[in-house]
Design a protein around this ligand. Structure first.
Ligand code: KIV
Length: 289
């Protein structure tokens, strides 16, 4: 991403209205994100599933952290996001909230915690806000989750909507780019408008052609958050274990890998094992007498 002013510079300029840092220690709110869209300021979102990782991202100025149900694959060892429970989401969301001071924390409503209807959705969202302390929740679907979104928003809980590829429906739709036919593109636009009209404060667009994501972004007054949806979205999100190189195996095409933590951690573990086997750890400075 090219910035006329780097995030760090923007953060250091007094009075600069930026989501990237600065002197304010209050939490980012959905109003800050709406103002960023008006200014044309793009912002990053990362996932996190524990307090320590979240604290690193918070200190780095990441304004929005998603406790995604990708925790199923990335943290809990499930094959998909489908088995993730509201108990698991509540436990890990609370850890992320405790590890952060500034970022807006968005908690995913897991599969099965909102599909029954608006009342079930509100009960699940309320639990994430009361017990974990998240500032907003995310749910999948536009028109199909309309009543859920409306009731949660009416009750005072901000909702982020998730469209395009919706991983909780993997058994029905598989993992492939969405919105490629005219009909599917129109449906996605309708879903995005429905989510906005129902009161959502942002829309995640996952695996959507860049041109369609750009059109959705232009036609909404709320921010779009892209993942595999091109450069024109108002924000971009990546799963932290993918972008840090911790995920095993082939990464999706849309991921940019910024570090190789799998290599770094593996090398450190091997060095520790060799030290212990060879008797060179612990040494005098690590010992008590
Ligand atoms: O669960 C998750 O991490 C997500 C992102 C991919 C947007 O929903």
């Amino acid at each position: 991403m090219t910035h006329a002013v780097s995030p760090a510079q923007a953060a250091g300029q007094p009075g600069t209205p930026s989501l990237y840092g600065g002197t304010s220690t209050r939490r980012i709110t959905i109003r800050d994100l709406a103002a960023a869209k008006e200014r044309g300021e793009k912002w990053p979102m990362l996932t996190a599933y524990d307090a320590m990782t979240a604290s690193v991202f918070d200190e780095s100025g990441i304004p929005v952290i998603l406790v995604g149900d990708s925790m199923g694959n990335c943290h809990l060892g499930y094959d998909t996001t489908v088995p993730v429970t509201l108990d698991e989401m509540t436990l890990l969301s609370a850890a992320v909230v405790r590890g952060t001071k500034r970022a807006l924390i968005v908690g995913d409503l897991p599969f099965g915690s909102y599909q029954e209807g608006a009342v079930q959705a509100l009960r699940s969202a309320t639990r994430l806000v009361k017990e974990a302390g998240v500032g907003a929740v995310k749910l999948e679907g536009g028109e199909r989750s309309l009543r859920q979104t409306e009731l949660i928003v009416e009750s005072g809980i901000p909702v982020m909507s998730h469209l395009g590829l919706t991983p909780q429906s993997v058994n029905a739709m598989g993992y492939r780019v969405q919105g490629r036919t005219d009909e599917a593109a129109h449906r996605l636009l309708r879903d995005a408008k429905a989510a906005q009209d129902a009161g959502a404060f942002a829309v995640v667009l996952e695996l959507v052609p860049a041109e369609l994501a750009a059109e959705v972004t232009r036609s909404l007054h709320i921010p779009t958050v892209g993942i595999g949806a091109g450069a024109e979205c108002d924000a971009q999100v990546l799963v932290w274990t993918d972008m840090m190189g911790l995920t095993q195996g082939k990464l999706p095409k849309f991921v940019k890998q910024y570090a190789n933590l799998r290599q770094t951690m593996g090398d450190a573990a091997k060095a520790f094992a060799a030290d212990v086997a060879g008797g060179s750890f612990p040494q005098e400075q690590h010992s008590f007498h």
